[in-house]
Design a protein around this ligand. Structure first.
Ligand code: GLY
Length: 432
């Protein structure tokens, strides 16, 4: 069995790692991959993830299954092209991927299917007058979103009128977001705790993976600009069994049934970003792929054969699949380059990778790394993620931060408070 993973981040390293452990002993390829994926898979060159290039790799390496990591190729229709060519692929087609590719689409979809989410209105960029008048009437706080893909930076939370003006300026100029802000969604501000759900779906059947909580801001105590994610833990204590039932009934089922009823059954990993508000659970956003770094936290908890799961997903047999998880808790901390999510330098040697990987139940997933002869160098904003598993969140955090302390590169930055909210939840539940 030959499997090809498309992407080059920590999520793709985690996918390659979990597939390489399958009892089916697959040959795993990652295109383009990073310095870490080459430890568990074969990296293939792929300068741009366009269908023709991916199809050429599939033919050359006799690929049986393709898993697409990032959103852009899915939104561009890569999964459709592969399916048309008769190739097994786990990932949604262009239609269903709109749930991430177009916030205007996803908000209207939720409205059509009665799925709880923040009240909103959508404007075209050229309707600037109406947009400005509406935001003036709504006041602050409010959330402005570029409708299209914006590498996780398209949501601007505005706490004051001044921030609304600045946010409108960024979205309306088009310089920062390009076509992604041709449509702009204005949303009611939601207050509460965030959590994420990950669902493997084959279009008719689906299975739920452990919940997770991401840490999107760069700074301790959720301060500073948004990033792709600075750390995660799984399962998230805030997603109690009762919350999971509610989220399943009110959100997951109507989402998958709604997509199927509109002629776009969802095949792939559905990521549902939730806000637990005083008025109930609401959807913040959908993503059409695994989270990064949530994948690095969740995948090590899966004890069933992950290849069999993804294959069952691609073949429409998820009703036969059995998802077993270890019962441990996972914590994952991202180490980034100084300056990220703004400008940063790359090319610094990384020390301590082997030492950290040898700690018990500890994994180092590479993201922005490159192999330079025997040396691994930094090559991106998020450089790597250390992920550790233990019987509780406290143990997992102690283990993961030990791993982080062993890894060094110039300008290395990480958040020191990953899991803090989860620990507080654990404590309040013990008191109940
Ligand atoms: N960690 C957030 C994301 O993957 O979008």
């Amino acid at each position: 069995m030959n499997v090809l993973i498309i992407g080059s981040g920590g999520r793709e390293h985690a996918l390659a790692w979990v597939l390489s452990r399958s009892a089916q002993k697959p040959a795993v390829f990652v295109a383009p991959g990073n310095a870490g994926t080459r430890l568990v898979a074969t990296n293939l060159e792929l300068p741009v993830p366009q269908a023709e290039q991916v199809l050429a790799l599939v033919t050359r390496h006799d690929i049986d299954l393709v898993i697409v990591g990032p959103e852009q190729p899915l939104v561009d229709g890569l999964a459709d092209r592969l399916r048309e060519a008769g190739i097994r692929v786990f990932g949604p087609g262009r239609d269903a991927a709109q749930i991430e590719g177009s916030k205007a689409f996803s908000k209207a979809f939720m409205e059509r299917h009665g799925i709880p989410t923040a009240a909103y209105r959508t404007f075209r960029r050229r309707d600037e007058g109406a947009l400005r008048a509406y935001t003036k009437e709504q006041g602050a706080p409010i959330v402005l979103k570029a409708s299209g893909l914006a590498a996780g930076k398209g949501a601007i939370v505005c706490m004051t009128r001044r921030e609304v003006e600045e946010g409108l300026g960024q979205l309306l100029s088009g310089d920062q977001f390009g076509e992604a802000s041709d449509e702009i969604v204005v949303e009611q501000f939601m207050e509460g705790e965030e959590a994420s759900l990950f669902v493997l779906s084959d279009g008719t059947s689906w299975v739920m993976l452990p919940s997770a909580q991401d840490h999107k801001r760069i700074g301790v105590d959720d301060t500073g600009p948004n990033t792709g994610g600075m750390g995660a833990y799984a399962p998230a204590p805030v997603m109690t069994p009762a919350m999971m039932v509610l989220a399943t009934e009110q959100i997951v089922k109507p989402t998958l049934e709604g997509l199927a009823s509109e002629g776009m059954p969802y095949n792939g990993i559905l990521y549902v970003g939730l806000m637990l508000t005083e008025d109930g659970i609401k959807v913040v956003e959908y993503n059409c792929r695994f989270g990064d770094p949530e994948a690095q936290a969740i995948l090590p908890l899966i004890t069933s054969d992950a290849l069999e799961l993804f294959l069952a997903g691609a073949e429409g047999r998820l009703h036969e699949a059995d998802v077993q998880v270890s019962g441990m808790t996972s914590a994952c901390v991202v180490m980034a380059s100084d300056g990220y999510p703004g400008a940063y330098r790359r090319g610094f040697p990384i020390q301590g990778l082997d030492m950290a990987s040898q700690l018990p139940n500890t994994l180092v997933f590479h993201a922005g790394t490159a192999q330079d002869g025997p040396v691994v160098r930094t090559n991106g904003g998020r450089v790597l993620a250390v992920s550790a598993q233990a019987t509780g969140l406290q143990g997992a955090l102690a283990r993961v931060y030990t791993g982080v302390s062993l890894i060094h590169f110039e300008g290395a930055y990480h958040r020191t408070d990953i899991g803090k909210k989860g620990l507080l939840h654990g404590m309040s539940r013990q008191k109940e």
